[in-house]
Design a protein around this ligand. Structure first.
Ligand code: ZN
Length: 310
């Protein structure tokens, strides 16, 4: 497969659908994932192993994982809130498992009813489960609310660093930083990526999850890349909105992110024209759900040549 400079991790089928009002039919999810993989997207977070009662939008995650595994060259990622979720992910054959860890303990207690100590224990148990497998999925601890929390407000950077260290000690292969609330700014991104990389090792923090809630999503991406980040999460059409600010945009838009990187000469391996066409699947199967993005509306500039096509 051709070399890439930046890995785009599409999180729409998990993060986007989780926050969408409508439930996307399983068949439409498969078409979406297949079309993005065909456009050159190499990693997709396809679902979350949570009880169907909690998130009926993602009740078909096991089937979606099995389907996505059949697509050549695609890394299939899933979110798991706990050991039980990880068991489902391992059984289905996910390549990558992420567990969200709220650095804001108030958020953690409210969201998953677990203290930090209980979360570290959960991570240790998941590590034991993974170590028993012949094919070991990559295991990431996602530091959510790392840039601020809707309940606690500002979050101590020292606490983010200490949480990253403890997640690694508990058995994660890697940690990620997540601006769950859309509070981050570029100076903060640069500083926090530097501090966490210094604490856990340069190659143990490679990915970031940013939101565009206040219009700083792509500016924050640039700050993250300058600080050495090489994997960026985004959602097609910015699907899902912001769970904390009804009506506001949430995840950064995959189409705009790929346009920016490719225009800058950074290869994503993604065919932007093909990617723009995938949006129609969302428009057809999620009637009325708001989609975001500038590039889909404006179209590509005349004579645009992507870095990946060069
Ligand atoms: Zn998100």
């Amino acid at each position: 497969m051709p070399t890439i400079d930046i890995l785009i991790s599409e999180v729409g089928p998990r993060d986007g659908l989780q926050n969408a009002g409508a439930i996307m039919p399983t068949e439409a999810k498969k078409r979406w994932i297949k079309a993005e993989a065909a456009a050159g997207v190499r990693e997709i977070e396809v679902g979350s192993f949570v009880p169907a009662k909690v998130l009926p939008q993602l009740a078909d995650t096991a089937e979606i994982v099995q389907y996505a595994r059949s697509l050549p060259g695609l890394d299939v990622a899933v979110l798991v809130p706990n050991l039980r979720g990880a068991e489902g992910a391992v059984a289905a054959g996910a390549h990558k498992i992420s567990i969200p860890f709220s650095v804001s303990e108030t958020h953690s207690l409210r969201n998953v009813r677990r203290s930090h100590e209980q979360m570290f224990e959960e991570v240790r148990r998941i590590r034991e489960l993974i170590d028993q497998q012949e094919h070991k999925p990559h295991f990431e601890g996602g530091l959510s609310t790392a840039f601020g929390c809707t309940l606690e407000g500002p979050i101590s950077e020292d606490l983010v660093v200490r949480s990253a260290e403890k997640l690694m000690q508990a058995g994660c292969d890697e940690v990620g930083l997540s601006d769950t609330t859309g509070y981050a700014n570029p100076a903060q991104v640069s500083r926090l990526v530097g501090k966490v990389k210094a604490a856990v090792g340069d190659d143990r923090l490679t990915g970031i999850h940013l939101h565009n809630t206040r219009g700083l999503g792509l500016a924050n991406v640039i700050a993250a890349l300058d600080a050495g980040i090489t994997t960026v999460d985004s959602s097609l059409g910015g699907l899902g909105g912001c769970p904390f600010a009804p009506g506001a945009s949430g995840n950064i838009v995959t189409e705009d992110l790929v346009f920016m990187l490719e225009a800058m000469g950074l290869r994503t391996g993604i065919d932007l024209e093909k990617l723009l066409q995938v949006r129609a699947i969302l428009e057809q199967s999620l009637d009325g759900e708001p989609l975001y993005g500038f590039t889909p509306d404006a179209g590509l500039p005349k004579g645009f040549r992507s870095a990946s096509a060069a």
